[in-house]
Design a binder for this molecule. Structure first.
Ligand SMILES: *Cc1c(COP(=O)(O)O)cnc(C)c1O
Length: 462
């Protein structure tokens, strides 16, 4: 048998030795001993796993540097980044950027005491969401409104409150997944409602629903397939069809709109449903997100029949999914932008509605500012997307700056690691910066970040 002392595993320092070392003590002072201990443990786990595969463990100072890196990113917290992907509602980058006013309202609410749940006139206890709900009903004509933590919570609560232990009809074409952990069948199961699949993936007719309705049916659900689109030989009942059907059967019709378009605005594709229209078409309840097309903070908004909203409000899950005061403050501010006809000033709508000509001029400015550094920068047409599970297959004409580099993946990794971090697109020839999602004010920072990522290295062509 070969001597065990020769295996790489032996050379790995102990957690204690690293914590007691001079750099360990200094790092513990900066980040706190608990955090450093945790990141050292994680780093040592990786090193041990490597050693088990025969990889020589790195020097102690390298191990310490990795652990300090992990602790330091936790200590820094979220980093502001530049979104040059052209995806307006990028879930990985936090979806809708808030307007300044809404962000300030959130900070104000977070920083001090507020009249969150108390009526200032009577001193009586109220609801934290009553102001937002008042504006929502005014804007959409809904009888009742309820604000919860996010769209998924709104759907979960609706299903639990209206259909626990009973059947819910859904088209097979709408059993969608929105991001890894959110699938309609799973959320249905979690709510205690029983899923009854209706029709086929590409075609579902009103008669399919009629055939599936029984005395056990509690709800008809329609889900906006917000991140994909079935094209070709397709059929799906309209909201009005389903409303008629549900009314006849004496059960509510719930429409999960996903994207949160409040009303019909010019330029929005006709097949993107709005809350106002869905309610007018007879939806008893609609559910949507606050941080998609609405352009606000994370929130779930439920609108519709007052009696149903009341049932949701009384369900214990409502308390488990309530919104935080900072969300409430930001949402109130964003809703007031709609109420005063100023929704076009919200960052999401500014980005979506900015004329392509202006986006092009911004791309030209970016290319010019890069020009001194590299020949490979060129302005090119691009297609921005809404993202965040809104308007699938709908591209917004945009403009970008392409930079040819020999290894686009390496360049994009450097941009992500830079300061400020930049997220862009990558194609075979290089990196692409779509400027529809880059504000005018961020342009100098973007220029510097690109120059820095290219610096001291022959990445740039020619
Ligand atoms: C995005 C989406 C949800 C989930 O909303 P969150 O606010 O992300 O929780 C639910 N249903 C549909 C159709 C969606 O597009």
């Amino acid at each position: 048998m070969p001597a065990k002392a020769q295996t790489p595993r032996r050379k790995i320092p102990s957690l204690d030795a690293l914590l007691r070392s001079e750099p360990g003590q200094r790092a513990a002072e900066t980040f706190g001993r608990a955090l450093l201990k945790r990141t050292l443990t994680q780093t040592l786990d990786v090193v041990r796993a490597g050693a088990a595969r025969g990889i020589d463990p790195p020097e102690d100072d390298v191990i310490m540097a990795r652990a300090v890196g992990l602790a330091s990113s936790a200590a820094t917290g979220l980093n502001p980044v530049i979104n040059a992907t052209g995806v307006v509602l990028h879930t990985g980058l936090g979806r809708a950027p808030l307007p300044d006013r809404a962000a300030k309202a959130a900070v104000r609410a977070g920083r001090g005491y507020t009249d969150l749940e108390i009526d200032r006139v009577t001193g009586a206890r109220g609801r934290r969401t009553s102001r937002a709900e008042l504006i929502l009903t005014a804007l959409t004509g809904a009888e009742g409104a309820l604000v919860v933590n996010n769209g998924a919570a709104g759907l979960l609560l609706s299903l639990a409150a209206l259909a626990r232990g009973k059947q819910v009809l859904v088209s097979r074409g709408e059993l969608i997944e929105i991001g890894g952990e959110f699938r309609i069948p799973d959320i249905m199961a979690a709510s205690g409602a029983k899923l009854v699949e209706v029709g086929t993936t590409n075609r579902t007719r009103p008669s399919d629903y009629r055939g599936a309705i029984t005395s056990k049916t509690a709800l008809v659900l329609k889900v906006h397939p917000s991140n994909y689109r079935v094209v070709g030989f397709t059929a799906t009942p309209t909201a009005a069809d389903l409303s008629g059907l549900a009314t006849k059967a004496g059960v509510p019709f719930l429409y999960d709109l996903g994207s949160g378009l409040l009303d019909r605005y010019p330029g929005v594709p006709a097949d993107e449903p709005s809350a106002r229209e869905a309610l007018a078409d007879g939806a008893d309840l609609v559910v949507f997100s606050g941080d998609k097309l609405l352009g606000g903070p994370q929130a779930g908004i439920v609108l519709g029949r007052a009696d149903l909203v009341e049932r949701l409000r009384r369900n214990p899950i409502a308390r488990a999914v309530r919104v935080d005061k900072m969300q409430v403050a930001a949402l109130e501010s964003v809703l007031m932008a709609y109420a005063t006809g100023a929704h076009g000033d919200l960052p999401v709508w500014r980005m979506l509605e900015e004329p392509a000509e202006r986006v092009k001029r911004r791309a030209e400015r970016l290319a010019r500012s890069l020009d001194g550094e590299l020949e490979g920068a060129h302005v090119r047409p691009s297609e921005a997307t809404v993202g965040g599970g809104s308007m699938p297959g709908y591209a917004v004409p945009s403009w970008a700056v392409g930079v040819r580099v020999p290894d686009p993946e390496v360049m994009s990794a450097r941009l992500r690691a830079g300061s400020p971090p930049v997220f862009c697109r990558v194609d075979e020839k290089g990196v692409v910066f779509d400027v529809r999602t880059v504000t005018e004010e961020a342009l100098p920072d973007l220029t510097r970040a690109i120059q820095y990522a290219l610096e001291g290295d022959d990445l740039a062509d020619e």
